[in-house]
Design a protein around this ligand. Structure first.
Ligand SMILES: [Zn+2]
Length: 507
């Protein structure tokens, strides 16, 4: 008897081709039949009632390194139909970490200057990727995770937050950390070159470290040095790094930030197309919202805070002023009778003000559509999983929002194409063999959804809302989400680039 039979569904297999009707059978974690159900009974049968069955969505841009330890149920992702995240983005990763460090950097805790700002405190005693995987698996994760090793984290561990070039020995130490993570199954090297300490590095440094990834065939993913006035130069730098290091380049959350730059994504994508035509491997991802989000202190020069930016800032998480969460900075300033630039200083110079997370309305809606029309554009939530405040709604809504707004309402891309970009394309790009497609022999990561009703409900005012129309999510062959809630089966695994999952013999 097989484990699971999902009958009567419209199968969207991830290839981008038209849906077809049939059944999908699952046994021992894997898909065993697609189309006609095999004879004989199944342990569990689900009637799909004509709804769509797709491969589980892959969130190519996550900051869930710490969330897997703090919230192993991962409901905010699972409820969207996400079965795998790629964490360690923007140069910030849980690993490598110092052991027995002093002050803020205790065991398995990355320094507060860098990683902890986005990832939160790392509860767990680990220093490397194997240790991190063991710590996560001990908590029983609901979904799968794949990791990048981050430049900011590596650089801070080796050099602190010093604004200088590394010595030869420091450069070698950084390369060694990256090589170790790759050996243990990381999928690549990420940078966040607008953040500290990554912004202190030059292109040559990044290339030298990225070269450690090349023997493993992993990726170079980047939150580029500039996404506004210097967007096009930053794309040039990213492509040059990929060529020099011999790596596939993946541009994270592609956007043109700031009103003066709106529309520039067209020119930026033209550069990507030229590189593709010349034979370079390049992909990108985007989140379907007109606001970004991040650690507020990284975006402002406290001596001369930008008024233009301050005016579009909304506070997400603010340990110093919880009452500011969910409010626009201009409203806070008006209420206090101070200038909006003074409000920036008020928030950021308060005790723990540097931990403030903000949401900034800096992106043009038309640019999101331009991005989504590109064949090599994936979807990455960029959600920051701080559930104490009012996080950007992308944390809870990204994938259903693609299906509702950009497929059903606006027709920017077809349903099979949207599914391909959220499943098979990221799976093949990020070295996830045997995932991301509905095919016999593939791991059974699946999402059953209603194409008419699926929608995001998370808003900026009320962001911690689960989407509607996601009926059932299967992770590694086990029903992980149904009837609007997680089932607690903890079937997630720590995935490794072009290898078997951590702790598993079978590929
Ligand atoms: Zn980023």
């Amino acid at each position: 008897m097989i484990d699971l039979l999902i009958r009567n569904v419209r199968i969207i297999d991830g290839s981008g081709s038209a849906p077809f009707e049939g059944d999908v059978a699952v046994d021992d974690g894997r898909i065993v039949a697609v189309g006609q159900a095999p004879a004989g009974a199944a342990q569990r049968e689900i009637d799909g009632r004509g709804r769509c069955l797709a491969p589980g969505f892959i969130d190519t841009h996550a900051h869930d390194d710490g969330a897997f330890l703090r919230h192993p149920d991962m409901t905010f992702k699972l409820a969207q139909g996400v079965t795998t995240t790629v964490s360690g983005n923007c140069g910030f990763s849980a690993i490598p970490a110092a052991t027995g460090g002093s002050g803020a950097s205790g065991p398995g805790v990355s320094g507060p200057g860098a990683s902890a700002g986005l990832l939160g405190r790392m509860a767990g005693d680990f220093t490397d990727l194997n240790g991190y995987f063991a710590a996560v698996m001990a908590r029983g994760p609901a979904i799968n995770n794949l990791m990048l090793v981050g430049h900011n984290t590596v650089r801070e561990l080796v050099m602190g937050l010093e604004a200088r070039a590394p010595s030869a020995a420091e450069l070698q130490a950084m390369r060694n950390h990256v090589e170790c993570a790759m050996e243990q199954g990381a999928c690549g090297f990420s940078t966040g070159l607008i953040y500290r300490p990554g912004r202190y590095s030059d292109t040559a440094e990044v290339i030298e470290i990225a070269r450690a990834v090349q023997p493993f065939g992993g990726l170079y993913t980047t939150h580029m040095r500039n996404e506004g006035d210097g967007l096009l130069e930053a794309v040039d730098e990213s492509l040059a790094i990929g060529r020099a290091a011999g790596l596939h380049v993946h541009i994270s959350h592609h956007k043109a930030a700031g009103r003066a730059n709106w529309g520039k994504v067209g020119a930026s994508l033209a550069k990507v197309d030229a590189a593709l035509a010349a034979g370079q491997a390049v992909t990108l991802d985007v989140y379907p919202y007109t606001a970004g989000s991040g650690r507020m202190i990284e975006y402002f020069n406290l001596e001369r805070p930008s008024r233009e930016l301050a005016e579009v800032i909304r506070i997400a998480s603010c340990p110093a002023f919880r009452e500011f969460e969910g409010r626009m900075l201009v409203d806070i300033a008006a209420e206090r009778g101070i200038d909006v630039t003074e409000a920036v200083k008020l928030v950021l110079t308060a005790p723990r003000g540097d931990q403030t997370l903000c949401i900034q309305f800096i992106i043009d809606e038309a640019d999101i559509e331009t991005n989504l029309r590109h064949d090599d554009m994936m979807v990455g939530s960029d959600g920051i999983p701080d559930l104490r405040g009012r996080p950007h709604p992308r944390l809870f809504g990204t994938f259903p929002r693609i299906l509702a707004r950009y497929v059903r309402e606006r027709g920017v891309l077809s349903l099979p194409e949207a599914v391909r970009r959220m499943t098979a394309l990221p799976a093949t790009t990020f070295g996830l063999d045997n995932r991301g497609s509905i095919r016999p022999g593939y791991w059974a990561d699946l999402v059953l959804f209603d194409p008419v009703d699926v929608r995001d409900t998370a808003t900026y005012d009320d962001p911690q809302q689960l989407p509607e129309g996601i009926n059932c999510v299967v992770v590694n062959g086990q029903v992980a989400f149904e009837a609007g809630a997680g089932t607690g089966v903890a079937a997630g695994r720590m995935l490794r680039f072009r290898q078997s999952a951590w702790g598993a013999a079978e590929h």
